[in-house]
Design a protein around this ligand. Structure first.
Ligand SMILES: Nc1ncnc2c1ncn2[C@@H]1O[C@H](COP(=O)(O)OP(=O)(O)O)[C@@H](O)[C@H]1O
Ligand SMILES: [Mg+2]
Length: 276
């Protein structure tokens, strides 16, 4: 396995920090020189808002790309962060859930667009993050079929693990039938309040359940993180020194180390593997 390059940020629960993690991980990665694309796949368009893409600038975007209506280049915008581009989501994307049902290859539309022969997307960016909607419907399924791996944000609260079994089952089914390389690349604990016993218990539970998959870095509950989107900027730009920004910088370096380890393992194995 080469280093995973395309990641879905998924959890069917809303409000667990998917979009915040997508925006700030993407920003931190771009800041250290990676070429990054963030695909907003949620019709609410929170990632587009958080990166300052106005409502009337969102088409063509992920809806058109998913349905193959416009080529990649037309669906992407630059952001205020050098090295970070965004594929915005318009409200039309809400209709895709229904429109896809009757289409051929309905689970493969994004895969076909993103991993098309010639691999334009994989050549143009080192890392592509897909911010998924809070459901396990056809749009999320399209993401899971097209990515190398999944990042799962979990909010450190009562019942954090409830419902996560459904995501695990979906990932297993997609892996078996549609995308053999799919795996969970990491679990990120968000909105952690270490002063609270409950938060500590949840963290211990999640680490007990997912073991090494859980990133050592946790994201604290931080008011600057919540304020940043209304200014149309990542918290890393809004207040680079706050605890939330510092946590996302640490998360990004841990993320980079994990990718490097996977790539090194693949290289060590490569000489013994038959050429494919
Ligand atoms: N670490 C955090 N501290 C404080 N507020 C946060 C934090 N992470 C996310 N939020 C806020 O919580 C809400 C939900 O987060 P969001 O990333 O949009 O979740 P999702 O994409 O999973 O629905 C947003 O208003 C966001 O600004
Ligand atoms: Mg979101």
């Amino acid at each position: 396995m080469a280093a995973p390059q395309i990641f879905a940020i998924a959890n069917q629960k809303g409000g667990v920090g998917k979009t915040t993690t997508a925006i700030n991980l993407a920003t931190a990665l771009a800041a250290v020189g990676e070429k990054v694309l963030l695909i907003d796949l949620d019709p609410q368009g929170n990632a587009s808002t958080g990166l300052g893409v106005g409502r009337n600038e969102r088409s063509p975007g992920s809806y058109e790309f998913l349905l193959g209506l416009n080529p990649l280049g037309e669906c992407v915008r630059s952001s205020q962060i050098p090295g970070l581009e965004v594929m915005p989501a318009s409200v039309q994307l809400a209709g895709a859930e229904i429109e896809l049902i009757d289409m051929d290859d309905r689970e493969h539309r994004l895969d076909q667009a993103l991993n098309s022969p010639g691999g334009e997307a994989r050549q143009r960016w080192n890392i592509i993050l897909i911010d998924c909607p809070p459901s396990l419907g056809l749009v999320t399924l399209n993401a899971l079929v097209s990515v190398d791996a999944v990042l799962v944000p979990l909010q450190a609260e009562f019942l954090a693990l409830e419902g996560i079994g459904a995501l695990g089952n979906t990932i297993e089914r997609v892996k078996k039938r549609l995308n053999p390389k799919l795996h969970i690349a990491g679990v990120v604990l968000t909105m952690v309040d270490r002063r609270m016993t409950l938060s500590q218990q949840v963290e211990a539970d999640v680490r007990g359940h997912y073991g090494e998959l859980v990133f050592g870095t946790t994201i604290p509950r931080n008011v600057r993180i919540a304020e940043a989107p209304s200014h149309g900027m990542p918290v890393l730009i809004y207040d680079n020194a706050c605890a939330g920004s510092q946590a996302y910088i640490l998360l990004a370096s841990e993320f980079i180390r994990r990718r490097r380890t996977i790539a090194e393992k693949a290289e060590q194995k490569a000489p013994h593997e038959p050429a494919s």
